[in-house]
Design a protein around this ligand. Structure first.
Ligand SMILES: C[S@@+](CC[C@H](N)C(=O)[O-])C[C@H]1O[C@@H](n2cnc3c(N)ncnc32)[C@H](O)[C@@H]1O
Length: 234
């Protein structure tokens, strides 16, 4: 899968692309992330990409011309593709959306900045508008990384045999994963549940399903994980 990211700050992605699952996905040839600084499509000696909002108000708005030019240039070279605009006004991102996007051969992601993007970019080009939550960040770069990370781990062959996206939280809508434990068996008086040490796989699966259901219910009720899940046993 090839992902084109339109950003005024491509340097932000440097460490991200070199690390963790995204690096593995790139090395395995599952994903190719191409950064496009749309400032290079801006006209004039100063390559201006933003301007004051009509009607007044604080901050600057991203101009339409460089973004239209960048989108057209990318699609002239690589063909038409699905386009995502990152905006707090978009539909909240969820696992089903990541799964759908991960099946695409190519994707374009537009990162906004400043007070946002001229409305004609929204109305004049077809986008899927995605938000990563009801809060405002300074730019679309962190949301783009969220999207790319979430997609990369769903691509075939990226996660090892020992890990599986199928068994994780939200592989079923609204359901979160069961608690996980590793060594030591006793950490500061907090012990691993006996059932996980029993070797009885049927019982372990039953316990995990119960715990996942309990966590999912707590989450739906907005109470977070169960209070006893992190309480030391004295
Ligand atoms: C400072 S924000 C613009 C906020 C805009 N004035 C508003 O109130 O909705 C600049 C850019 O960051 C990105 N952004 C900020 N928060 C986001 C979120 N929750 N989800 C997705 N993108 C976000 C968008 O690309 C946006 O154009």
């Amino acid at each position: 899968m090839r992902i084109h990211v339109l950003s005024l700050f491509p340097g932000i992605f440097d460490g991200f692309l070199q690390g963790s699952i995204v690096r593995i996905a790139r090395e395995k040839g599952a994903i190719d992330v191409e950064l496009c600084d749309f400032r290079s499509f801006a006209a004039g000696r100063h390559a201006t990409v933003d301007d004051r909002p009509f009607g007044g108000g604080p901050g600057m708005v991203l101009k339409p011309e460089p973004i239209f030019a960048a989108v057209e240039a990318l699609e002239d070279t690589h063909g038409p593709m699905h386009r995502v605009m990152l905006t707090p006004a978009g539909r909240p991102l969820d696992q089903a959306t990541l799964r759908r996007l991960s099946a695409l051969p190519q994707l374009m992601i537009l990162c906004g900045r400043y007070e946002g993007i001229d409305e004609r970019v929204r109305s004049g080009i077809e986008w899927e508008e995605i938000s990563i939550g009801d809060y405002v960040l300074s730019g679309g770069e962190v949301p783009a990384m969220v999207l790319i990370d979430g997609i990369a781990r769903l691509l075939p062959g990226v996660l090892g045999d020992a890990e599986s996206a199928e068994l994780e939280s939200f592989s079923t809508a609204g359901a979160v994963d069961h608690p996980q434990y590793t060594r030591p068996r006793d950490f500061r008086g907090m012990t691993v549940p006996d059932v996980l040490l029993s070797g009885d796989h049927a019982k372990i699966e039953e316990w995990r399903a119960q715990e996942a259901a309990r966590r999912s219910e707590h989450r739906t009720l907005g109470t977070g994980t169960s209070p006893q899940s992190c309480a030391p046993q004295m």
